[in-house]
Design a protein around this ligand. Structure first.
Ligand SMILES: Cc1cc2nc3c(=O)[nH]c(=O)nc-3n(C[C@H](O)[C@H](O)[C@H](O)COP(=O)(O)OP(=O)(O)OC[C@H]3O[C@@H](n4cnc5c(N)ncnc54)[C@H](O)[C@@H]3O)c2cc1C
Length: 453
């Protein structure tokens, strides 16, 4: 019998397993997917159906990097050796805001890579940790329980694995709720809804493009992500509303390129060797489901996931893993109170991210309909003004970046009537000039639609 089962060998699962094994627990990680191939072949050869976003754009924020330096520096060493990119987020502020660099900018350091490269570094480091066993090609089908306590997991081959504690790190598609129901245990309370973002993204390799604008750019009816990565690779994606059917034309690489060419700060990001066609990703539900019951907790995306365009998932998952480690230290291994601790530490980050996303998707939907988005939420107005000022003002730019990359806690989103309405947009008059709202150069809605034809 192992002490702890970690279900899932994704970014958070392996981080959790390493942190707990280092604390002296015997940890077994179970994952349905195969092990990584030989170093350097992860991108081409690693079959990873258990992680739908495995070949989608990822960037690792300074918030993630700072935590990794504190607790898992060995993974960072492996990432460096694998060609991960050192990136300082201050250097990709608008030139006027970067201002040649300022004391303290080193807090914006990070190391980033394509997702398969990231995961391979985690897997290699996890393989070297005493007390940690990873079993791949093993699919969990349900929970073992005894007297209301979870005592292990049942595998699809009919066998079981017993443990004192099961940690669900099964990601955003975790089947935990249905397993609890099947075991006659109560479902944890939570919430789930899909804001409706759809991504159209590609990876490239070549001479790395100069970064001329923010890595996340907001434009009329779309946002753009431009993410540098390891070994002279990078990714570029349109972030759109799933209700904007015209954007489905972006599935065609030629149309995608024609559309990107309209954005002066991003067009040159298509000047490389394409590593992919256009990968489309939608159905990205926000889910909040903290779990702690006897013998069972959930960590990472299995407990808390959001639309990913702010790039916060890995850092929030790592914070959650460290919170579990600290909780088990403090309680002598008991799970009681972990859901409450999750609500204290993780929920503010979840709420702030959902707050931003709901406003942004409503704004995009408003753009699509030619209607202004003017919610009754001064915090959103302030955030949009800060976004514009950050293009010119070094101090405001860093203040916005601190919050954006989670180095400072985001302000609590307003509760009640100030909350954005979600899908759809409120009625109102036309924007006088799209550029007022979108200070970065780029096409307005009509020009974007013309590029899609
Ligand atoms: C399109 C997209 C882009 C993203 N971009 C970023 C980004 O730029 N930066 C960032 O920080 N985050 C990003 N994220 C979020 C990030 O990918 C997740 O937060 C992170 O992967 C969560 O790690 P996890 O270990 O909780 O889950 P996952 O990485 O999803 O891992 C879950 C694991 O559980 C295994 N599993 C599931 N069910 C079973 C079962 N029944 N039996 C056995 N194994 C099972 C799966 O095989 C998988 O290995 C993005 C997400 C998406 C969808």
């Amino acid at each position: 019998m192992t002490d702890i089962i970690v279900l899932g060998a994704g970014l958070t699962g392996l981080a959790t397993a390493m942190l707990l094994a280092r604390d002296g627990h015997h940890v077994t990680v179970l994952d349905r997917d195969p092990a990584p191939p030989a170093a350097g072949r992860e991108w081409d050869e690693w079959d990873r159906p258990g992680v739908a976003q495995f070949r989608d754009p990822h960037i690792m924020l300074p918030h993630w990097h700072a935590q990794m330096l504190a607790d898992l520096p060995g993974v960072l060493d492996r990432l460096r050796a694998a060609g991960a990119l050192r990136l300082n987020f201050a250097t990709v502020l608008a030139p006027a805001a970067y201002d040649g660099g300022r004391p303290g900018d080193e807090r914006f350091d990070t190391l980033t890579a394509r997702r398969p490269v990231l995961e391979a570094a985690f897997a290699a480091e996890a393989g070297s940790v005493t007390g940690l066993t990873i079993r791949r090609g093993v699919t969990v089908a349900g929970l073992l329980t005894l007297g209301g306590r979870v005592t292990g997991v049942r595998l699809t081959d009919g066998t079981g694995v017993q443990a004192r504690l099961v940690v669900d790190c099964g990601g955003r598609r975790s089947a935990l709720s249905s397993w609890l129901t099947a075991a006659g245990l109560p479902k944890p309370p939570g919430e789930r809804s899909d804001a409706g973002f759809v991504y159209y993204a590609r990876h490239f390799q070549g001479d790395p493009p100069d970064v001329l604008g923010p890595l996340l750019q907001h434009h009329d009816s779309v946002s753009l992500i431009t993410l540098p990565a390891d070994n002279d690779t990078w990714s570029v994606g349109f972030v759109t509303s799933g209700r904007d059917h015209a954007m489905r034309a972006l599935r065609d690489p030629a149309v995608w390129e024609a559309a990107l060419a309209r954005y002066p700060l991003a067009a040159h990001w298509a000047a490389g060797k394409p590593l992919t066609g256009v990968d489309v990703m939608g159905g990205l539900a926000d889910r909040w489901r903290p779990v702690s019951m006897p013998g069972l907790v959930a960590v990472g995306d299995a407990a808390c996931c959001t639309n990913p365009s702010l790039g916060r998932g890995a850092g929030v998952g790592l914070l959650h893993a460290r919170t579990l480690r600290d909780h088990l230290r403090a309680t002598g291994g008991e799970t009681d109170g972990f859901a409450a601790r999750t609500a204290e530490v993780i929920e503010p980050l979840y709420r702030a991210t959902v707050w931003f996303d709901r406003h942004r998707i409503a704004e995009i939907d408003g753009d699509v309909q030619g209607l202004p988005y003017r919610p009754n939420d001064p915090a959103w107005t302030a955030a949009r003004m800060l976004h514009g000022s950050a293009l010119h003002d070094p101090v405001l730019a860093r203040a916005g970046l601190d919050v954006g990359v989670l180095l400072r806690p985001p302000p609590a989103p307003p509760a009640g009537p100030g909350l954005p309405p979600g899908p759809g947009s409120p009625p109102g008059e036309r924007y006088p000039v799209a550029g007022e709202r979108y200070p970065l150069p780029g096409p307005d809605r009509a020009e974007l639609l013309a590029a899609l034809r």
